[in-house]
Design a binder for this molecule. Structure first.
Ligand code: GAL
Length: 414
């Protein structure tokens, strides 16, 4: 009898706990070393609130595969509680009428006061918060293995001339100059960085924000494309299809000297125990020291009927924007906190530089959204531009002039 009562009691407690412990299914694509460590911190903090993290990880840099998986789930009427959705795509999902409001959490936690305006505008759909931001990534970085550069007496390049001279010297010395991953999103990541460095901020804005036809077809665009393609001989023959983190490992392990990549690459260096300024360098990509391509990660929540699930979503949203999470997550992820005036004392030189430049570039109007990372344009337009950039990179018979014309046509895709 006694045993039965204890068992029943335990069962009742389990039920009570289950009713409060919301299961929160989170779709993301953070599967590399640094990314997984950062995502692990989120899971820990959410579970500390008594919720249960249900991992819905879909591998593949920049989330192309994750977005395909998300569409399938939403179309079948079974969306996850939260999904990594960024930039203008938040508005596209808002138009579908499937996103849940986060206004209560945002009000309670004072998001309007602690987030930059550009971020607030992106997180809101028709005036209501539907997504929570986690960080700011800078895209226009060059990651350098200083040991390898030392072998050819070179410093980290700051201009394109220096970059190509250094690349040639490395190649002559039998050192692989550039670690490259030939995937559409990576092609466009490097291409937009070249566009910023060669064309400058105004050109970048006209080309990728205004989608101005004349700029897309201009002589400057032809020069940008030519400079981009000039990098190819300095990549290796196994670059096609390579994941970005494997390219980063080449720089980490001394197999290649440099990589153009956003600062999620720093997460890989750190996860491998490497020290910035000593084992690796982070420098602004050639010609881009006074500009900043930003990429803000965020999670949107889907409308769900289950009340417990809604509690879980609110807990997740509140965690994401909290100062504690922003610090620990971004220390692992390579990005910087999105909150205004965040304490940067625990961050390394790359993080401090990024925060300083973000503020300065925001002031001077040289902060630009990364089109390769879904910050600048409609996803269909982005896809069409991706296609042209990758076609140009892969087809050695395509001229820069014809690629520029194709870019202009692609920019009309809606
Ligand atoms: C970006 C994303 C980053 C990083 C990267 C590689 O689009 O914003 O958080 O994960 O892709 O997967």
């Amino acid at each position: 009898m006694q045993t039965l009562r204890i068992t029943l009691c335990a069962a009742a407690m389990t039920v009570a706990f289950a009713a409060n412990a919301a299961e929160v299914e989170v779709l993301h694509w953070w599967t590399s070393g640094g990314e997984a460590k950062a995502a692990g911190e989120l899971k820990k903090m959410l579970e500390a609130k008594g919720d249960k993290w249900k991992d819905f990880a879909v591998a593949g840099g920049a989330g192309e595969n994750a977005m395909t998986a998300l569409k399938t789930r939403v179309v079948s009427g079974n969306p996850p509680a939260a999904a990594q959705i960024k930039g203008p795509a938040i508005q596209e999902w808002g138009d579908e009428g499937v996103l849940a409001s986060l206004d209560d959490v945002a009000k309670a936690d004072g998001w309007d006061k602690v987030l930059p305006k550009v971020v607030i505008d992106t997180m809101k759909y028709k005036g209501h918060y539907v997504a929570a931001p986690v960080n700011v990534h800078r895209v226009n970085w060059l990651w350098v293995n200083p040991e390898l550069l030392k072998k050819v007496n070179a410093k980290a390049p700051t201009t394109w001339d220096e970059f190509f001279k250094t690349a040639e010297a490395l190649q002559k010395a039998g050192i692989q100059p550039v670690a490259y991953g030939g995937q559409p999103w990576q092609d466009s990541t490097v291409f937009e960085t070249v566009a910023l460095g060669v064309g400058g901020v105004d050109f970048y804005k006209k080309a990728f924000i205004s989608l101005d036809q004349n700029t897309l077809k201009s002589a400057t665009m032809v020069k940008v494309l030519e400079t981009y393609k000039k990098i190819k001989p300095f990549t290796d023959k196994n670059a096609a299809g390579r994941e970005w983190n494997l390219a980063t490992s080449m720089v980490i392990n001394g197999k290649a000297a440099m990589q153009f990549m956003g600062d999620w690459a720093k997460g890989e260096f750190l996860a491998a125990g490497k020290v910035p300024g000593k084992d690796f360098l982070c420098v602004a990509a050639p010609g881009t020291a006074n500009a900043y391509t930003f990429n803000i990660d965020s999670f949107a929540m889907f409308k769900l009927a289950n009340k417990d699930a809604v509690k879980g979503q609110n807990d997740l949203a509140s965690t994401l924007v909290s100062p504690q999470f922003q610090e620990i997550f971004n220390l692992n992820k390579g990005s910087i906190p999105v909150r205004l005036g965040a304490d940067m004392s625990k961050f390394d030189e790359c993080g401090k530089q990024s925060a300083k430049d973000f503020a300065a570039d925001n002031k001077s109007g040289t902060l630009v959204p990364s089109f390769a990372h879904g910050m600048a344009m409609h996803s269909a337009t982005q896809g069409a531009i991706y296609d042209v950039v990758s076609q140009f990179w892969n087809d050695d018979n395509m001229t820069a002039k014809s690629a520029a014309d194709k870019l202009a046509t692609a920019a009309k895709t809606k």
